[in-house]
Design a protein around this ligand. Structure first.
Ligand SMILES: Cc1cc2nc3c(=O)[nH]c(=O)nc-3n(C[C@H](O)[C@H](O)[C@H](O)COP(=O)(O)OP(=O)(O)OC[C@H]3O[C@@H](n4cnc5c(N)ncnc54)[C@H](O)[C@@H]3O)c2cc1C
Length: 387
């Protein structure tokens, strides 16, 4: 690369960290700002499956495949579907040979953090706004200081990006679905029946226009999502999340009449119970190129988590932006080329995620789930597609 711009990355999620790592490998310095006070300031969330042609590809370009294999859980790619009586409708328990291994989000963040030189991240920096300067560069306004100038500001700051307003007036829209998240520790030892119910992977239990999706994480932890089609403020006005015991009992009441062995998933939860209203950017979201500002990951295209594309797309965005910055002679053209390809690449997964969110709980929702899963198994057996 001939010109090296002064680059700021906002957000040390999977996208921002991957971008910093890839540019660092090529000797391009970045300033990476993160809202969290430190690496362990909050739990990073549940398990993610990394796809061969996106998340894993980015890790390979970043020289992190060996490290990833140490934390990847190939054995946890199974999938089951039950109805509310606990009847098993579908089981794919032999998925360990699939190419979408699971990884705990915290382990992935640790892998990426360890791949950067010490002191690369400026923790405890909550971006308030990006200010355009008269010379064409940008200053970053934080609570206690203004930092700059930077030639290129990359918003990797997730769904509620504070960089996005500089290029787009769009905001994420409520999908109509709210997830209520809960967790169960030491499931193999303390709740062997629940361990068997979920198996090695994910259990999707549907009925009465609602669902429980429970995923096995590392360290015998189960993370569950109770999924409802409700108004956006329903969860906060219905549950007392400050009291896990009260929230748990209220959640169980929502599933009254379901088989006791299924309801035990809720009663056994020993974590915080947390609402996650699901928002998404409009399918095909794009913006006219603005010199010096761009977005990667959820900041550009947050979508509903059905399909598990979000983290994979964020890491591939980072890999592609880095590739253009390293290979193209002019950094402004490099950003433009990244954006043009990214906009086109994201249309199909965003469409699929939106359709999955729209059809969840439709009168044929369960049938669509079963058909979709059977298709995956068939493709894997033929060695031709997603696992
Ligand atoms: C319930 C749920 C389940 C999901 N399950 C899956 C799944 O199974 N598979 C999958 O692929 N995806 C899943 N996703 C989506 C996935 O989490 C995201 O797509 C992915 O994390 C996007 O990565 P990112 O780096 O773009 O953003 P993020 O992971 O959101 O990271 C953004 C970072 O920016 C920081 N930040 C935010 N604002 C500021 C600010 N103002 N100043 C400084 N720093 C800031 C944040 O603290 C964070 O560290 C799920 C999402 C949800 C809500």
């Amino acid at each position: 690369m001939i010109q090296i711009p002064r680059i700021a990355i906002i957000g040390a999620g999977p996208g921002g960290l991957m971008l910093a790592r890839l540019l660092h490998l090529d000797g391009i310095p970045t300033a990476l700002f993160e809202r969290d006070a430190h690496a362990l300031a909050r739990a990073q969330g549940g398990t993610l499956d990394l796809h061969a042609d996106s998340g894993q590809l980015a890790l390979e370009r970043a020289g992190l495949t060996d490290g990833f294999r140490l934390i990847a859980r190939y054995e946890d790619q199974g999938s089951r579907v039950y109805d509310k009586t606990g009847a098993l409708l579908f089981a794919d328990d032999k998925a360990a040979d699939g190419d979408r291994p699971e990884v705990d989000r915290t382990a992935l963040r640790e892998l990426l953090l360890a791949s950067l030189p010490a002191g690369s991240i400026r923790w405890d920096h909550v971006l308030r706004e990006v200010q355009a300067r008269e010379d064409g560069a940008y200053d970053l306004v934080f609570d206690d200081e203004t930092v700059g100038p930077f030639d290129l500001v990359v918003g990797a700051d997730g769904a509620w990006s504070r960089v996005r307003p500089l290029v787009s007036a769009y905001k994420p829209q409520y999908s109509g679905l709210t997830f209520i998240e809960f967790g169960i520790d030491a499931v193999d030892e303390r709740h062997p029946a629940l361990s068997r119910l979920v198996g090695r992977g994910k259990a999707d239990i549907q009925g009465d226009g609602r669902a429980l999706i429970v995923q096995r994480n590392g360290d015998a932890h189960l993370r569950g999502y109770a999924i409802f089609r409700v108004p956006p403020d329903w969860a906060t006005t219905t549950f007392d999340f400050a009291s896990p015991a009260s929230a748990r009992a209220r959640l169980a009441a929502e599933f009254e009449g379901w088989a006791p062995e299924v309801l035990d998933l809720i009663w056994a939860s020993n974590d915080q119970i947390v609402p996650r209203p699901i928002h998404a950017m409009p399918v095909g979201h794009h913006w006219p190129n603005r010199a010096g500002i761009t977005l990667i990951g959820d900041a550009a295209h947050v979508m509903s988590p059905f399909g598990g594309e979000g983290v994979n797309a964020a890491m591939l965005d980072a890999a592609e932006l880095a590739r253009h910055l390293i290979e193209d002679g002019n950094w402004k053209n490099a950003v433009r080329a990244y954006e043009t390809a990214m906009f086109a690449r994201l249309v199909e997964p965003a469409e699929q995620a939106a359709e999955a969110a729209a059809t969840e709980f439709s009168h044929i929702g369960l049938e669509l789930t079963l058909r979709h899963l059977a298709g995956h198994v068939r493709l894997r057996r033929e060695g031709a597609g997603p696992s």
